[in-house]
Ligand binder design. Structure first.
Ligand code: PGA
Length: 237
């Protein structure tokens, strides 16, 4: 099974940064998905990269100022959307119910979903990681039939942008927990990625984790050289 690398470029780049990135970044792997800030997506499509969005709107119907709908994402030839990123859960107070609705909307419009889940530092310290993950996954995937088109990204919130990551053993145990939970609830296997401070220095170590299906890279995906070094370790070229 091929591993995948997702780049979540958040709002790190402007047009000039993207020009520099696209000059240096060469990659024709179908297992690398770049999620730029939406307004810049055409630049990446022109170069033939596999592109996804960082979020979608709740509805494809009606008037939704400021949103991008699943239908429009598909219309632009994109295949993936990230859903439930912790920054959106936190900054926009996105609920599991809304995430569930977005997943349904994405799948209905033939998009693949990268669902982000993860615990805060406080929850981890209280040994509540599995309880939190179970609550998120159960609610986010409620009544979802097409689990085959869902990838889960385990992103401990305390590891995002901090250069602090769990041990390989901790990541492996958590991935195992997520896979078992999905298998028991939906009778199907699911790919699980790790995300949170993945960089060119720790990727060799992270990539040793046996049940890992790939990584979700934030900050480092906006730097061509750093992102490429990560891809070279994870994805067969
Ligand atoms: P990071 O972000 O790699 O910058 O820690 C990961 C993410 O938020 O998806």
């Amino acid at each position: 099974m091929n591993k995948i690398v997702v780049g979540n470029q958040k709002t790190y780049m402007t047009k000039d940064d993207i020009n520099i990135f696209l000059d240096k970044f060469k990659c024709d792997s179908k297992d690398v998905i770049i999620c730029p800030t939406s307004i810049y997506i055409p630049y990446y499509l022109e170069k033939g990269f596999k592109v996804g969005v960082q979020n979608i709107g709740l509805n494809s119907k009606g008037a939704n100022t400021g949103e991008i709908t699943a239908k429009q994402v598909l219309d632009m030839g994109l295949e993936y959307t990230i859903v439930g990123h912790s920054e959106i859960r936190e900054h926009q107070k996105e609920t599991d119910k809304q995430i569930n609705q977005k997943i349904e909307e994405a799948l209905k419009n033939n998009l693949k979903v990268i669902l982000c889940v993860g615990e805060t530092k406080e929850q981890r310290d209280m040994l509540k990681t599995n309880v939190i993950l179970k609550r998120q996954i159960t609610n986010d995937l409620r009544n979802i039939k097409d689990i085959g088109n869902v990838i889960i990204a385990y992103e401990p919130i305390w590891a995002i942008g901090t250069n602090e990551i769990p041990t390989n053993k901790e990541i492996k145990t958590t991935i195992e927990y997520i896979k078992e939970l999905v298998l028991n609830s939906f009778k199907t296997d699911v790919k699980v990625l790790y995300g949170g401070s993945v960089n060119e220095n720790n990727i060799k170590q992270i990539n040793k984790i046996k049940n890992l299906d790939g990584v979700l890279v934030g900050k480092c995906s906006s730097n061509a050289v750093r992102f490429k070094s990560i891809i070279e370790v994870v994805v067969d070229q």
